[in-house]
Design a protein around this ligand. Structure first.
Ligand code: ADP
Ligand code: MG
Length: 613
């Protein structure tokens, strides 16, 4: 009889599983803290030494493990969280695979002590690289002293798997991964207190945060003050789906996608569908190439979600990703379009106040200040003396500009005549250096960048006009070579293409012919657009290429069509512009993401002049 196939010993099986689940100390932190959450803990303390490589200790006040189940908890595929396939279909807990504890215990020096509500006594088990102390026989469990809850101590990670230990990075890097993990869990569980310590130093200590105000304090501790000063809180529910959380206003954008937190049913994920929906929502309020910052929570029926898509459970699959995408995109887009006000950046105001104070004692700095303003203006609006520049941009003086301003002037006049003193942006006082409109409203002073604001107004007007997607027959039908799978995709989505004015037919397995396209695409590379759309479709199930192209075209039209700096405006025109901004969606930013106006309240101004101090 042949002897080449053998069943692997348990410890080796666990070590193999650890290869999948435990990549680094941070993975252990994640599994342990999630277990504490699942145990209903309201307070969790995490202590790390040397980035977690030396030691990870997690202590909670959850429901604990009954004495007779402690050894069971350390066996593979043992879990209290699911019992049947049905349970697997609607998971509410963080864990369910029953492999974290045995995997961790197989690659470290491990100890667990726990006391459940029913037990007077706490019990402890220790495991060394997957091996319990066999000689101790019945005394696998030793009595221990502790309050209700569980304490797990993991030492010398990968001590018995040196090859894996080599993959660990510096203590600093490993620590920052661990910190990230705790941050994410703390963001998703406001009702629980967290304390994180590293090398005996407290990194953060978060009290439970029931109300929005307390939650925003937690956000401030974890994500920084400037994030919190630029937040929009939102909540929207529809058709069994709930989306809530915080978006940073477009004024607070980042160069990296490093402040984007997505949670689905309280589980941190990085999901393509969600990322794409957010990207679209910010699409034309954000400076090109900038990244938004946000913390969003999606709550959906767990039976429409597959959380068992990845061993470390960092990925999920939606049963209906299309409807999730649309729901998120619409909710967030709506929110951002309603965001009109550009509140003053208080940090900057404080700086300004300090500056004002110091310039009072040193007047020469005042002059310097004026110079900076002029410099700033020059950078924004290249001086109109270059007649040549004007000629090369014939669109700059399109009738659109004067016509729409005149139209608005009439509108503005009406508003003035009603003498309604409640207009959000108030009424114009005058113009500054041909760049800013100064207005007075109930709260104080409003400063408007007239070019940026008008640009947004014109852009939104253009966008509101119906999109011309009427197909135009191409003089010469265009053959496009594609891969076989792209061709299949194209034929599958023929209807969608034709909705967008692109009529195409299959020529062969690897070739299509485009017969018509909307006039919008006239001078674009039609083949390129079709290919991009196909790749969008295969990535996210939908394509907004045409809309993006259209918005880009409109944006540059709007830029050229709006009032330039140094144009004298009458008070009527200025008021018209103010009314138009109030009426316009997304008017807090121009279409390049710059703010269009700011509010300085009387209190802000008092602060500048040290009044009442
Ligand atoms: P899973 O979380 O997938 O169930 P684990 O291996 O992480 O698998 O844990 C096994 C079991 O041990 C859990 O199902 C739970 O019953 C118990 N357990 C683990 N950690 C704790 C804890 N901190 N408090 C209470 N019970 C725990
Ligand atoms: Mg678990």
């Amino acid at each position: 009889m042949s002897q080449s196939i053998k069943k692997l010993p348990d410890t080796l099986i666990n070590q193999i599983a650890a290869g999948e689940v435990i990549e680094r100390p941070a993975s252990i932190v994640k599994e342990l803290v999630e277990n504490s959450i699942d145990a209903g803990a309201s307070s969790i303390t995490i202590e790390l030494e040397q980035g977690g490589i030396q030691r990870i200790s997690v202590r909670d006040n959850g429901k604990g493990i009954a004495a007779d189940e402690i050894t069971l908890a350390l066996t593979r595929h043992a879990t209290s969280k699911i019992e049947s396939f049905d349970d697997l279909q609607r998971i509410r807990s963080m864990g369910f695979r029953g492999e974290a504890l045995p995997s961790i215990a197989s690659i470290s020096r491990f100890s667990l002590s726990s006391r459940s509500a029913e037990n007077e006594q706490a019990w402890q088990i220790t495991v060394d690289g997957g091996h319990t102390n066999e000689t101790a026989g019945d005394q696998l469990l030793k009595p221990a002293r502790q309050a209700q809850g569980t304490h797990i101590d993991v030492n010398d990670i990968f001590f018995n798997t040196p090859a894996r230990r080599k993959f660990l990075r510096t203590e600093k890097t490993e620590f920052s991964h661990c910190e990230q993990v705790v941050k994410r869990i703390a963001l998703a569980h406001f009702d629980c207190a967290f304390e994180l310590r590293h090398n005996q130093k407290t990194i953060f200590s978060l009290p439970p945060a029931q109300h929005q105000e307390a939650q925003e304090r937690r956000l401030q501790t974890l994500l920084g003050r400037s994030f919190v000063e630029n937040l929009l809180y939102f909540e929207h529910q529809h058709d069994g789906k709930r989306l809530h959380g915080w978006l940073a206003t477009p004024n607070f954008s980042r160069s990296q996608a490093d402040m984007q937190y997505q949670f689905v049913n309280q589980r941190h994920v990085r999901d393509k569908t969600l990322s794409h929906a957010v990207k679209l929502a910010y699409q034309d309020v954000l400076y090109h190439g900038r990244q938004p910052a946000y913390v969003i929570f999606l709550e959906i029926d767990p039976s429409t979600l597959d959380v068992n898509a990845h061993p470390a459970k960092t990925e999920v699959r939606f049963r209906d990703s299309r409807s999730i995408h649309d729901f998120c995109r619409h909710t967030l887009k709506q929110l951002l379009s309603e965001f009109h006000s550009a509140p003053i950046d208080h940090q900057q105001l404080n700086k300004l106040a300090d500056y004002a104070g110091s310039s009072y004692r040193a007047p020469e700095q005042t002059r310097l200040n004026t110079a900076t303003v002029m410099e700033h203006a020059a950078a924004l609006y290249p001086s109109p003396d270059s007649q040549q520049d004007r000629n090369t941009h014939p669109t700059r003086h399109q009738p659109l500009t004067s016509a729409s301003i005149d139209e608005m002037a009439i509108f503005g006049q009406e508003a003035v005549q009603t003498e309604d003193n409640t207009a959000a942006l108030g009424y114009a006082l005058g113009q500054l250096h041909g760049i800013y409109v100064l207005a007075q409203n109930e709260r104080g002073l409003v400063l408007v960048d007239m070019h940026a604001a008008h640009e947004r107004v014109v852009y939104e007007q253009l966008k509101a006009q119906s999109l011309d997607l009427a197909p135009q027959q191409l003089l010469v039908p265009l053959q496009v070579s594609l891969s076989a799978s792209e061709t299949r995709f194209a034929s599958l989505h023929q209807d969608l293409f034709s909705e967008l004015g692109i009529q195409l037919d299959l020529l062969s397995d690897e070739q299509i012919v485009v017969r018509s396209a909307p006039s919008l695409l006239n001078d674009s590379d039609i083949a390129g657009v079709v290919r991009d759309m196909l790749s969008d479709l295969s990535e996210s199930g939908e394509s907004d290429r045409i809309e993006i192209l259209r918005n880009e075209a409109l944006s540059s039209m709007a830029c050229h069509g709006s009032v330039r700096a140094n144009r004298k405006m009458t008070l009527l025109e200025m008021n018209a512009l103010l009314r138009a901004i109030e009426e316009t969606e997304r008017s807090g930013q121009c279409n390049h993401g710059r703010p269009t106006w700011i509010q300085l309240s009387i209190t802000d101004l008092d602060k500048l002049f040290y009044r009442g101090r």
